[in-house]
Design a protein around this ligand. Structure first.
Ligand code: MG
Length: 270
């Protein structure tokens, strides 16, 4: 077993090379894939990566075979992912989970949960019954204010708005309550790849499937933890020590073989 040079003998840190390879992709997988360093080898410049057409074709076939439950989970933004993987069209989370577009969406950055417009409308209906209350629409966030509410009604209004927000939170995966001075806000959690994967897993076609996530970098660690917590398959690409991943593939070529991407040959130039 190879020890990474920085591993301390006092703090056992499992050598990545000791991790077993992943099993074959389950038929009921929800497949999450990091891009750079996982699906694509690193290029000297990020805009110089080469996306083999055979990879796009295989991902498209997998997407279909998995009932749409395949998503790219990358540090790149969604627009760049779309350009790189064209003509493929994939569900994706960009910017390490800050941007998230769910299955079937064609727009750029469908970050907000499906229930958010309904919550906003219900909030508007509620404040209409509470003189002085205000709903501030911040796009991905909603703030409910009661500073202007006349004094005799302030406590009751505050209680009603807080109760509304607490209930709304149950419909907004990945959101949290942010209380303030005469205000309570519904806003997205600080996002990472783990929160993006967990949000996908709450929605069709990902919900109820076995989550599988492959990635190479430190920013993939929250994704590994999320997948492990759901009894899924976490796959480190490379030999970084101390990962939460439970499986390992040595490089992008091995990822391609695992996913069934046909190898490039001189007869089939990409
Ligand atoms: Mg990566």
């Amino acid at each position: 077993m190879r020890q990474s040079p920085e591993a301390s003998p006092l703090i056992p840190s499992p050598a990545a090379t000791a991790l077993p390879p992943p099993p074959a992709l389950p038929a009921n997988a929800a497949l999450f894939l990091d891009v750079d360093g996982c699906l694509l080898p690193f290029a000297p410049r990020p805009d110089a990566v080469d996306v083999p057409p055979a990879l796009v074709a295989r991902l498209t076939a997998l997407q279909r075979a998995l009932g749409g439950a395949l998503a790219l989970v990358s540090g790149r933004n969604l627009a760049t992912l779309d350009a790189l993987f064209a003509p493929g069209a994939f569900t994706a989370a960009g910017l390490h989970g800050v941007e998230r577009r769910r299955a079937g969406d064609t727009g750029g950055t469908g970050v907000v949960p499906a229930a958010l417009p309904k919550v906003r409308d219900a909030g508007l209906a509620l404040i209409a019954t509470h003189p002085g209350a205000l709903l501030e629409d911040k796009g991905a966030a909603i703030a409910l204010h009661w500073r202007m509410t006349p004094e005799p009604h302030k406590d009751a209004t505050a209680a009603a708005l807080r109760a509304f927000a607490e209930h709304a939170l149950t419909q907004l995966p990945g959101y949290q309550l942010q209380p303030g001075d005469h205000v309570i806000e519904l806003r997205p959690h600080h996002a990472d790849k783990g929160s993006a994967i967990l949000a996908f897993l709450e929605e069709p076609p990902f919900a109820g499937r076995v989550p599988v996530f492959a990635g190479d970098d430190l920013t993939d660690e929250p994704g590994f933890s999320a997948v492990n917590a759901h009894g899924g398959i976490s796959v480190l690409v490379g030999d970084r020590a101390g990962s939460a991943a439970r499986h390992r593939l040595p490089d992008t070529a091995a990822v391609h073989r695992w996913l069934g991407v046909p190898e490039r040959t001189p007869e089939t130039p990409a």
